[in-house]
Design a protein around this ligand. Sequence first.
Ligand code: GLU
Length: 473
Amino acid sequence: MNNTVTTRFPPSPTGYLHVGGARTALFNWLYARHMKGRFILRIEDTDTERSTQASVDAIFEALEWLGIDWDEGPYFQSKRFDIYIEYIQKLIDSGNAYYCTCSPEKLEEMRKVAMATGKKPKYDGTCREKGLKNPDNAVVRIKAPLTGTTVVHDVIKNNIVFQNTELDDFVIRRSDGTPTYNLAVVIDDITMGINTIIRGDDHVNNTPKQIMIYNALGAQLPAFGHVPMVLGGDKTRLSKRHGAMSVTEYRDMGYLPDAFINYIVRLGWSYGDQEFFTREELIEKFSLENIGRSAGVFDIDKLLALNADHIKTSQPGKIAKHLAPFLKNLGFDIKDEPLVEGVIKTLNARSKTLKEMAEGAAFYFKDTVSYDKDAAAKFFTPDSLGILKMLIESLESLELFDEKSLETVFIKAMEVTGLKLGKIAQPVRLALTGKTVSPGVFEIMNVLGKEKSINRLKLAVSFIEEKGALHNI
Ligand code: GLU
């Protein structure tokens, strides 16, 4: 077996990528990246009734947003039937599998008898030793061991022991010639060189069956790790009732992918008390040993707090890409990267989501500022008219329009008027943003630049003058 750690994410495309699935993908991806191994994407689309192209696209879209890239694939199980058939034949030829022609009625009878005697329904082995040679309408069954135990050496849950008497000769090929789920998974995992399988513990009952197939083929077992489910606040399995399930819904709510992965990884893995991790740190620190044995409880408030931290500390250039769709939604298609980065720097400490940031940024990009009515009544007074005019004059004479020189202009205005900075800044803020709450006025003016800043102050002056004329003051 190759020594390179090789993991996989094999979603069934029967819906969007949900929180639990994303966490499984992340664990496998992080482990591969941490170990400098390989990560493979495989689409398990053998259930043709439930699999859709829309789901495949949704899964790709979600993985792309999460920043989960793959080294190989995507493979599609629906295109690999020849390989499965070849291996089924090998199992038959080696005496590890056999044809079975028991009718559905007979199987139903077996089930009834088992139930009536309080036993677990299982195939009774009628065709096991018949040596049937590919009859029509036959299924193929694996020859399961009749005694002993099958032990899953789980890297998270330790040993999980299954009594072989509880297992049976399950079907690996249906009568229409198609492989069953467990067969396809194992053949893929073997032929793709997967040596580490981390998946939800809802799959734990498949694992002994899969181990039987490995054993029957004489293949080396991968390391298995079954991760506890993600729960909602009421400690039941996370579902739609608890809020958004689809990963892309979180994108659309304004979460940064790095914050989202930080949060969902922490739902099942820990590194001391540390809560905040960059993507690079996760790759550096991720290990299977620190995956927890108890289920993580999804808490949107914690996710929100982490998002605010990531927004605050991420490079503006990195945020810009994710902010763009939110700005676009508000009608701003801004191509000027330095401008957007400047805007982000003024808002990153005060935005919990990118949606909030885009809303807070709108005033920068609007052609005209619409003033909050109450604020205009309060701050656009005859007094502030004088202040604004004075500031305009000083600002016009500024050669360098940076925060430092802006500050000197305001200090001078404070000296001349004897007013506190707040009194001077409030009408300026309103003139620049239309609101009373915003980033600092020097920061804003620095981003807007000289011309726009002065223009907005002049518009406020006209507004106050017109208002004065209207009210005869
Ligand atoms: N296709 C399975 C799922 O989406 C994953 C199977 C596995 O990890 O072995 O749940």
